[in-house]
Design a protein around this ligand. Structure first.
Ligand SMILES: [Zn+2]
Ligand SMILES: [Zn+2]
Length: 195
């Protein structure tokens, strides 16, 4: 199943995300642009083991990016870096190349200029984001991403136990602290407070 048409992806994205919106269309086109720059034509099918994607925002576009790439958190092929930017980096493990694609801020203004008669901003942007050329929607740069073996899909290693809380830790996420092996939570990264 090689790359689908935008319309086909829109149907899939609406199912995955619960609605179709401008952010979804932007995310679909961003991901299509990324995999095409890499020359990957069947990301969710025969090329599925080649691709690892880093996304920099957790919004509508993120779900759309997973629809095109097939990269999912549960397959370890989707990495989230919370930078608050509508950007993603597509890494081709087969050719050891990576390209970062960033949505341009100017696309909203372009949508206003293209379809001033459409009052609804979402509708206006959806229409424009379908039609604008990639160069108007995105910037891209070739980058190097060093992915450690413990971050790749399929990595296997034994689990270790946190010496403070006793919970198991996979994928070498343990931290050495004052001669003890700790989980990240016990090492100070806890995002919750036990009640
Ligand atoms: Zn949305
Ligand atoms: Zn712990």
């Amino acid at each position: 199943m090689p790359l689908k048409t935008l319309a086909e992806y829109e149907t899939l994205a609406a199912q995955a995300h619960g609605h179709l919106c401008a952010g979804q269309i932007l995310g679909l086109r961003l991901a299509i642009h990324g995999v095409q720059l890499l020359g990957i034509d069947d990301p969710a099918g025969k090329d599925r083991k080649r691709l690892v994607t880093y996304v920099e925002i957790d919004r509508c576009a993120t779900d759309a990016i997973t629809v095109v790439t097939g990269c999912r958190l549960g397959k370890r092929a989707l990495k989230f870096r919370d930078f608050g930017k509508v950007a993603a980096t597509f890494c081709d493990l087969a050719s050891d190349r990576a390209v970062r694609v960033l949505a341009r801020d100017s696309s909203k203004q372009l949508a206003r200029e293209m379809y001033p008669e459409i009052a609804d901003k979402n509708q206006q942007q959806m229409r424009a984001y379908r039609e604008l050329p990639e160069a108007d929607l995105f910037d891209h740069q070739w980058v190097r991403v060093t992915i450690g073996p413990e971050d790749l899909p399929g990595y296997k290693a034994g689990r270790v136990t946190c010496e403070a809380c006793g919970e198991s830790i996979s994928f070498r996420r343990e931290v050495a602290r004052d001669g003890r092996t700790l989980c990240r939570a016990c090492a100070g990264e806890r995002y919750y407070e036990p009640l």
